[in-house]
Design a protein around this ligand. Structure first.
Ligand code: ADP
Length: 381
């Protein structure tokens, strides 16, 4: 049976391990420490730094294919893996579009995919540039670090540009590459998760609505309630098209804004994604199994939903690190709610798990998921 290497030992690798068990394939994880979420549950863990080429090459020896649970492995390292004969899926050329927001925007615009108006922020006279951009596209502006952001870190809403000058000076001093975007007055955020295999097979999950608070995804509603079938199909086609044009292998999550006039692409992720956790219970094939099937070039699994509505709510850390006693209430209150805990240390606001509820009545399913997630975080209130 093949060995799949996954660089990164976070919760995505941990949940991929669950899928690997069922398929009987081996997952080898390159984790930063033996305490990492996935390192605690995988039999084959290499502790090392996935930003180090030596560590990466040592880890990849004996792997049939290497994939990633995050976007931070440097492109040249991934190319070196490929040159050493270990296929990387996705490959370096595709993954660049999930690593660098400016490269992604420019390429998608070239491909005709709808994106917010955007521009690189020049190092010389950035404020003058932003003033001119604001005159054309209005305020506020959205300033983004081109690389390295996550959960809203690396995204700044700028209203008063005078207030922004200190921020921009600091980022420039740190060598952070910057781009600016128009602020999109979206109705809601959606995500289209698809898979593509090296053979060229594609599979699309139902389009979901994602709800963010303070830049963190807190809730996913599957399928996106009230989304017109034509628009859902458009989002799926767009995601499959991007996967094909960029040569993505494995999963691709396309984060979208739904506006009054249509869809705009926000971001790309090329790995299992928070907006796909609902598939563990809500779909015939979980996104984690699908990612393994895709990177192994196996036929892809059915994305048919198992319930009319599935809602996933992320569990964030609260003040009390000991959440296990709260399982009793959550499980007794609603035996059909599924709890996923990532084995991470509990810190206030940190994503430490998720819960999933399925059913026929969206409002009820949503309330069940919310209640379980809130209770796990806060206990009785
Ligand atoms: P991250 O890489 O941290 O996930 P994103 O680029 O996805 O950053 O932005 C985080 C959040 O900021 C988005 O989910 C969205 O709510 C908001 N956002 C990002 N870009 C824009 C934009 N151009 N207009 C309006 N809101 C935006």
């Amino acid at each position: 049976m093949p060995v799949v290497g996954m660089a990164g030992g976070g919760q995505l690798a941990r949940m991929t391990q669950q899928a690997a068990i069922a398929l009987g394939v081996s997952l080898r994880v390159l984790a930063g420490s033996a305490d990492d979420s996935a390192a605690r549950v995988c039999a084959d863990v290499v502790v090392g730094d996935d930003a180090s080429l030596d560590d990466l090459l040592t880890f990849a020896k004996g792997c049939d294919v290497v994939t990633f649970d995050h976007e931070h492995v440097p492109g040249p390292h991934i190319r070196a893996l490929e040159e050493a004969g270990v296929p990387a899926r996705p490959g370096a050329a595709a993954l660049l579009h999930a690593q660098d927001k400016l490269v992604m925007r420019e390429r998608l615009t070239e491909l005709g995919a709808p994106c917010p108006a955007h521009a690189p922020v020049p190092a010389a006279e950035p404020l003058e540039f932003l003033e001119a951009f604001a005159r054309e596209h209005g305020r506020p502006l959205v300033l983004k670090a081109t690389r390295g952001g996550y959960d809203g870190k690396g995204v700044w809403l700028l209203d008063d540009l005078d207030d922004a000058s200190a921020l921009i000076a600091r980022l420039a001093a740190e060598g952070v590459g910057l781009m600016v975007e128009e602020h999109v007055p979206f109705r809601r955020e959606l995500a289209a998760v698809v898979a593509r295999s090296p053979y060229g097979q594609g599979a699309a999950y139902p389009v979901v609505e994602t709800v963010q608070e303070d830049g963190i995804c807190v809730e996913v509603l599957a399928p996106a309630p009230g989304l017109a079938p034509g628009r859902a199909a458009e989002a799926q086609r767009l995601a499959l098209d991007i996967a094909e044009k960029l040569g993505v292998t494995g999963l691709l999550a396309v984060e979208l804004f739904e506006t009054e006039t249509g869809l705009l692409v926000n971001e790309l992720a090329m790995r299992p994604h928070n907006s796909g956790h609902w598939t563990i219970e809500g779909s015939r094939t979980s996104q984690f199994e699908q990612h393994l099937r895709a990177v192994l070039d196996l036929p892809l699994g059915s994305t048919e939903p198992t319930a009319r509505h599935t809602v996933m709510a992320n569990v964030l850390g609260g003040d009390d690190p000991d959440l296990y006693p709260r399982y009793i209430h959550v499980m007794a209150h609603d035996p059909a709610v599924k709890v996923h805990f990532y084995g991470k240390d509990v810190r206030p606001g940190r994503k430490i798990g998720h819960v999933t509820a399925c059913g026929d009545d969206l409002a009820e399913v949503r309330e069940r998921a919310r209640h379980a997630a809130d209770y796990l975080r806060w206990g009785p209130r």
